[in-house]
Write a protein that binds this ligand. Sequence first.
Ligand code: HEM
Length: 447
Amino acid sequence: MKDPLAKIPAAPGRLPVAGHLPRLLRRPLGFLGSLREVGPVVRLDLAGRPVCVATSPQAAHDIFSTHGRHFDKGRLFDRLRPVLGNGLITSNGTLHTRQRKLLQPAFNHAHLVSYTQTMARRAEAFAHSWHIGDRLELYQTLLDLTFATAAEVMFSSESAIDVPIAQAMAHVNAGILPQALLPAPLARLPLPPNLRYQRATRQLHTTIDRTVNRYRTEPTERDDLLFALTTARDDNGQPMPDAQIRDEVITLLLAGSETTATVLSWTFYHLGRHPQTEQHLTEEINAVLADRPIEHADIARLTHTRRVLQETARLHPLAVVMRRSNASTTIDGTAIPQNSEVIISPYAIHRDPNLYPEPLTFAPERWITQPAASLPKGAYIPFSEGTRKCIGDHFAWTSMAVILATVLRHCRLAPDPHHHPRELLAAHPHADRLPVTVQPPLHQTAG
Ligand code: HEM
């Protein structure tokens, strides 16, 4: 079959039959980063399936914003549809526009102020359950916290469903990237990872369906997101169908907890290796909060905290975001035919030495001399851009600042100096293990 992307420069190292798939699966992050040497748009052959990779910030900006209307969610999202149905991440066209409008009010300022109280209360409770000398597995601990927070924001009074959902979510998350990258027949084989993925999906659906049904049949007023969804009406006064609510709930839980836990766990890891930054951060948090719990209004004053999180989100964003062109278009000057699959790697772009001097160094202060607004468009995209930009970006910045400030006032989470974490192949790469020890907070030891 003629390759419709034949005119686009190909990545080196293509094997017969498997193409670039083995290289991509073996070392995805390094491989995607190496492609910028080839050009702004590079062609890959994934076992006979052509895909192009946007390696320049301009190419990413064109896909997300300039020509955003020429792209739908692509293959990654087709494969996610059995789990997420037509939730906000997977839907396209008028359904997406309608749902985005219905969900947007749940992320407005007034709601964020109220969510901040839930976030702070949950973070306090977690931090107070740790004792000096405790050993924690950082990523899992923070995932438990961000998940518990998202679940409380979502269905305040249904804590009994937290555990089965969290377990199912973990299996789904582990399966997402392999499901998206493997050829369809392989992804469907009855192998243990595929079966785990399918079982977890069924469990998620049943649990959330039951909860939505309870909200419908016991229409007590509740101050949570699921109540808002069950009572929302579109421009024609129509309610959201139950299956659509289920898809949105699973989407928000999935999109909101692992991502936030990933960035936060890397933040504590880097702070453990940069004691001066941690000291500076602790001083800022103590100066702003004194002895009281954090409130939403404090967050704007935590400027160094924001830079630290911004830097971690630069070094540890999503590995890939995918799109499919619904028309012929151009990205960074390269012509792309209709129906082309496109990969954008925020991870590779954020580590481009032409954009970020010493890109592998954790340096929050770089955001003082080089604020995000001074960078080329498409150079800093932890939440992507355009009409498909993360709906939870303010929610995420808020919850990360709340958790960081609350934990650091209570204790330090010191990484094991002998453990060198490995980044796992996941949609959002987190560490294989991040063992930490709970230590007294810095202002006490330094005093
Ligand atoms: C540090 C944390 C987070 C990161 C790095 C992150 C990143 C992203 C990215 C890159 C996208 C765009 C995907 C694409 O263009 O295909 C996205 C979309 C989305 N995110 Fe987030 N996210 C985070 C937290 C959250 C939270 C807390 C929520 C909800 C509570 C959330 C809900 C969503 C939803 C619903 C979408 C789809 C939006 C749409 O297509 O209209 N995310 N996120």
